[in-house]
Design a protein. Structure first.
Length: 238
């Protein structure tokens, strides 16, 4: 009984990807491990089906990929979900550094509508976090010029000083932007309800739907098929 409990806990702490990998190599598992894996996969599938949103969850953010042209926004605040979002806040993407014969920084931004209360809160928070950092960057730039420290010192110091500000701003953010291309951009949201409304407004729900349910269902069928009497008999004959 203790061994079964330990086995259940062992599978419980594994990620979805690790469980799917085990299911693809189910012939390497003992019968007890296969049954425990099947039970955990079924539990994960039930949990995935009970989620309130269809949008994929990536690294803690509900992520939607949209075309960069003609982006539409729902008439609700991405932070509190209240209707009547009219105050726009500019959200910038991660800078993209390309190296060929020189260094070039690229970035894009979108202006998301927030309600007045949340917009004031985020703008005030941005000022409180940003101004000390901008002041420190200005002082560092003066030091680099005064002591002729060179471009490498400027880049390194800027990165070190700006990193805490970026981390703090993202920690409490309702919306961030991720990767982007010439005609697409990755939008990330804390609230699944807003993510689904945003995807619906831009007609991209199907393209951004969560696929883990299908993968879990396929893995469950694979394990059940291996545990079936006919499969076991063919394995024995082989």
């Amino acid at each position: 009984m203790a061994e079964l409990s330990e086995m259940q806990e062992h599978f419980k702490i594994k990620s979805d990807g690790e469980l799917l990998s085990l299911a693809s190599n189910v012939d390497d598992l003992s019968p007890e491990s296969r049954n425990t894996l099947l039970s955990e996969l079924t539990h994960r599938l039930d949990g995935a089906r009970s989620q309130a949103t269809k949008i994929q969850l990536l690294h803690g953010w509900y992520t939607v990929f949209v075309q960069r042209s003609n982006v539409c926004f729902p008439d609700k605040c991405p932070n509190c979900l209240r209707q009547g979002a009219h105050a726009r806040i500019k959200v910038s993407s991660q800078a993209e550094r390309r190296r060929l014969f020189y260094v070039r920084l690229r970035g894009v931004h979108l202006e998301f509508p927030f309600c007045d209360g949340c917009a004031k809160h985020f703008k005030r928070r941005s000022r409180v976090i940003g101004w000390p950092t901008y002041s420190a960057l200005g002082v560092w730039l003066v030091i680099c010029v005064a002591f002729n420290l060179g471009k490498l010192a400027v880049y390194f110091g800027t990165f070190v000083l700006a990193a805490p500000m970026i981390a703090l701003l993202r920690e409490g953010a309702a919306v961030t932007l991720g990767d982007f291309g010439d005609d697409w951009i990755e939008c990330r949201f804390r609230k699944p309800e807003y993510a689904e409304a945003f995807a619906t407004a831009n007609h991209v729900v199907a393209q951004n739907a969560e696929t883990i349910q299908d993968e879990l269902a396929t893995a469950i069928n694979a394990v059940r098929g291996f545990n079936s009497p006919s499969t076991a008999h063919s394995q024995f004959e082989h």
